[in-house]
Design a protein around this ligand. Sequence first.
Ligand SMILES: Cc1cc2nc3c(=O)[nH]c(=O)nc-3n(C[C@H](O)[C@H](O)[C@H](O)COP(=O)(O)O)c2cc1C
Length: 480
Amino acid sequence: MVLVYGKLCGEISHLRKAGCISAEHGSKDKGWYKADVPSIGRETLFGNAPMSSTLFSPLTLPNGVVVQNRLCKAAMEENMAEAGQVPGGALINLYTAWSNAAAASDAGPGIVLSGNVMINPTAMTGPGGVVLEAGTLDDPALRGQFERWANSGQAGGSKFVMQISHPGRQIFAAMDIQAVSPSATKVTLPGLADKMFAPARALTPDEIRGQIRRFAETALAAQAAGFDGVQIHGAHGYLVAQFLSPLTNQRTDEWGGPLENRSRFLLDIVRAIRDRVNADFIVGVKLNSADFQRGGFDIEDSVQVVDWLNAEAVDFVEISGGSYESSAMMGSSQDGRLESSTETRELYFFDFAKRISKTANMPLMVTGGVTKLATAETALADAGVDMVGVGRAFAYNPHLVADWREGKRTDITIGQTKWKDKALSSLAGMAMTKQQLYRLGDGLNIKAKQNAVFAMIGQQLKTGRLTKRYKAWLASKNLG
Ligand SMILES: Cc1cc2nc3c(=O)[nH]c(=O)nc-3n(C[C@H](O)[C@H](O)[C@H](O)COP(=O)(O)O)c2cc1C
């Protein structure tokens, strides 16, 4: 038996006439319907109806947890924490919109990933980030705020997975906190943007072990708050990716050198988390398929790391790529490799996911470039993945799951610029997406017409205000 979804007057009535429906239930007034039908071919059931039985079929993860469909709302840093770096009304509004609970109790994406949550108050990807560490939930008021956030992402039947992260050297210089990294390096960007990041100092072995412990403590706290799992952010040039990449990891001890040593940080984090959380708590990893920089972590390395992860209790791996220096996750790479492939123009990491899928034993997800139902279906049919991650399209259409489930061919235009300076262009794109996230957090509709320059200025002003507040908070904790 499979589950199919459609409007009562459309596909479902077609099925009923064909005598295929054996049991049915749903919500006529809310415009969609669900029915159990014998699992005969999609063509037989729908002809060319734009509906996918795969995209909306459940997936059982290795730990036995069932995810209701193959769509994932990918992590997008919201920059919306309240004072004290905790979730509040804006984040809850945003995740309520995504879980789409207003449509139905099972209308959300299979997995909702949070934007990255910091494991350490002195290591922030941005000043509006949420921090969760050992002891945070001891305060009943804070515990309540995290619990409400967890509930908001689950209301549409989604599994709400918290992405946990340490930025390493990718810390804005304006935040005045000492960045750390496997080795003393600095993010290098062309032009004025180069001033955005300050040099990092190398972590000591004791500090490395301390960060691993922090990842596990945050995972445990996420479980206590009611989240369904965590995803270790091992991509996009953040600390875990800095350990993996030979460009940023120049250590000569057990944490650097051959890939086996460079992967130790990630593998130890996975093991430390698994040792502490329940078996049915989801543990995922976001991994670069490549850094898209000469001499960086590359596809062969990624395949090898996934092979090592096969031996661990990992429930899914999400494939992405790039960093601030090479924004492949936004479809434009420093080494030009993404742009040169016509096949990957829409689904950025199609070829890479296909290669990794030959090795991965755990469910694989690919994220990057999906804005159309047909592209999501291609990923599942041809890229060898089990789930599809969608980021920006969810910011521009929070009702994506419901729309695609009804077979609507939504036309989503994401705010992007084609400026010559790729790094600046990528920052402008991020600012435009964040503008939409802020609007959803404020309970407003999506802005139909955006201006990249205004979005960037707005983002700068907001970041300035939040940086001030963050510094005061750090000082109040005697950490600043
Ligand atoms: C505003 C914004 C914030 C993002 N924040 C995160 C993040 O916190 N963690 C992460 O892994 N990726 C983050 N990403 C990258 C997305 O998860 C995703 O990999 C990327 O947007 C490509 O997917 P898309 O084409 O579906 O948007 C962010 C992207 C945007 C646009």
